[in-house]
Design a protein around this ligand. Structure first.
Ligand code: FAD
Length: 512
């Protein structure tokens, strides 16, 4: 068995450069460390969408040595404090809440105070107060379009948890700059052939411009093309389109009317007749798109939905059109080839899982790195881990659709049909009818979304948990009511204390 000395990454999008930088930082590239080469095509572009992230991105940026101020400046980035879901429970015009919020801050849990969820369920937060509003102050801050912290709070710190929105093209450029500064060698060439050895492992990849390139480990970051893991290694792709129906996307970049237009500090995901629209505020423009199900509508009708959402500003714009392959490869590491990013899978953009999955894969590869060349046990573990993580994300995304009360179109009726739910999700929902979800329901290492996220979405979608006899154990109602009042008061305080989102960004960038 030959120790691993050379790693070749094929593809220079977010997956390629993030993995390259992470490996370079973690494994070291100088003084006898691993040699990392990244080959990217100048003819094939990056996907260039994917502008919403999950809070894990902050740890990843810190791990690869990119400061927050530099990131904000280089990527037109803004702060994302969660996702607002409009019209997911019921269509416009039907009485009831018209939106709910999935905040990134956890429910308040002061030492010694009772866990608030059961008390919220029995109405102690007051009539009509939504779960996320009762247990965190983040909704109050986001509604006011304020940022999650003050200038002067240390990098990556602050009272409220957050992620970012950013320009995907500029992010890839920043990552490439950082990757090369960390010692990654960049080769610009297009891979046009892959040779396998007698054991079915990759022996070399061939490029027209630079000839053959060889390595001990090959990382496929070639996007939906899956040039290595799919085309060369034949690892099957498992579609989950029977559970998650959206399979097309339209995207537009919409400039602000004025340079000082306030910026939303959350993603706005609005349910539409046959899919949903995303609305992401960057510094100079909004990224707006529509994902939809081609089984339930056609491209022209979907474009009209997007234009109606944007309004007159859409008249001067034409959308980018994308076909989405929703699913994943159950075996992502085969012999000496491992997939990261879209080559491994893609699960629609609803909860920004794409980049989170790249972070997970890069973290696993670098921490489990088979220096001695014995890849089989690492590959098995990686495959088990990623397969389970994908499956858990499918369940979490389905939760958003499956609990809808909308019956206005076949798209929503089909989504609400329990026959389209994965078994594990159906079982969990059955349990949660008589008690709320708790930490022990989850093996958290395998979950991208913590139990609190499940609770926010479950109760945001107005799922009913009947506590029944369990109410007898809830003896701390007075304390819980005091906590709810304290959180509301803190929310009002935070609205006064925290700066407007755009002002925070401007001041943070002046530190760069
Ligand atoms: P790509 O960006 O496609 O990069 C592929 C790279 O491989 C390119 O550099 C290309 O040149 C290179 N390449 C391909 N073939 C060859 C070859 N033969 N030789 C050499 N080089 C080659 N994720 C999120 O986290 N949040 C979101 O909000 C989000 N929204 C999304 C919305 C949509 C509509 C879509 C489609 C995706 C979204 N994603 C989102 C997913 C996210 O965009 C991707 O996970 C991310 O951009 C990584 O893409 P990638 O690097 O795997 O592929």
């Amino acid at each position: 068995m030959k120790p691993i000395q050379d790693v070749l990454i094929v593809g220079g999008g977010t997956a390629g450069w993030l993995t390259a930088a992470f490996l370079a930082r973690h494994l070291g590239t100088s003084h006898g460390g691993i040699r990392i080469t990244l080959v990217e095509s100048s003819d094939i572009g990056i996907i260039g969408v994917g502008e919403g992230t999950f809070p894990s991105i902050r740890g990843t940026l810190a791990a690869i040595g990119i400061s927050e101020a530099r990131f904000l400046q280089a990527c037109s980035a803004t702060f994302k404090q969660g996702i607002r879901f409009d019209h997911w429970v019921r269509p416009p015009g039907v009485p009831g809440h018209d939106h709910y919020f999935h905040p990134f801050s956890l429910p308040s849990q002061r030492p010694g105070a009772p866990e608030l969820l059961p008390y919220w369920l029995q109405g102690d937060a007051g009539p009509g107060v939504a779960f996320a509003e009762a247990v965190t102050l983040q909704k109050a801050v986001v509604d006011a379009r304020h940022g999650p912290k003050r200038v002067g709070d240390a990098d990556f710190m602050g009272p409220l948890n957050y992620a970012y929105h950013f320009d995907a093209g500029r992010f890839a450029t920043l990552l490439a700059e950082q990757g090369q500064a960390l010692g990654v060698r960049r080769v610009v060439a297009t891979v046009d052939r892959v040779d396998l050895d007698e054991h079915g492992a990759i022996a070399a990849v061939h490029t027209q411009e630079k000839g053959p390139l060889t390595a001990d480990l090959y990382i496929d970051c070639s996007g939906f093309r899956a040039r290595l893991i799919g085309e060369a290694m034949g690892s099957p792709f498992k579609s989950v389109n029977d559970v998650l129906f959206v399979d097309r996307a339209l995207a537009m970049q919409v400039p602000y009317e004025r340079p000082d237009t306030p910026i939303a500090s959350c993603t706005i995901a609005t349910a539409q007749e046959n899919g949903w629209t995303w609305d992401i505020g960057l510094q100079e423009r909004r990224g707006i798109g529509h994902v939809y199900s081609s089984r339930h509508t056609d491209d022209d009708a979907a474009e009209q939905v997007l234009r109606r959402y944007i309004g007159p500003a859409s008249e001067a714009l034409s959308p980018r059109r994308l076909v989405l392959n929703v699913g994943y490869r159950e075996t992502q590491w085969v012999k000496n080839c491992v997939a990261v990013g879209l080559s491994g899978g893609f699960l629609e953009p609803l909860e920004s899982s794409g980049i989170g999955l790249i972070e997970t894969a890069a973290y696993l590869i670098s921490h489990l790195f088979p220096f001695d060349g014995d890849m089989a046990p690492v590959a098995r573990h990686f495959n088990d881990f990623m397969r389970e993580r994908y499956a858990r994300i499918v369940d979490f995304i389905k939760l958003h659709y499956g609990l809808t009360q909308r019956r206005d179109t076949a798209f929503w009726r089909d989504n609400a049909d329990p026959a389209s739910f994965p078994d594990a999700l159906r079982e969990r929902l059955a349990m949660w009818r008589s008690r709320p979800p708790q930490r022990l329901d989850f093996i958290t290492d395998l979950e991208m979304y913590l139990p609190a996220s499940w609770q926010y979405v479950l109760y945001g979608m107005e799922f009913k948990t009947e506590l029944g006899a369990a109410r007898a154990g809830l003896r701390r109602g007075t304390e819980a009511r005091q906590e709810f009042q304290a959180i509301a008061a803190l929310g009002a305080h935070a609205r006064r204390d925290l700066p407007p989102h755009r002002a925070l960004i401007d001041q943070m960038m002046s530190k760069a």
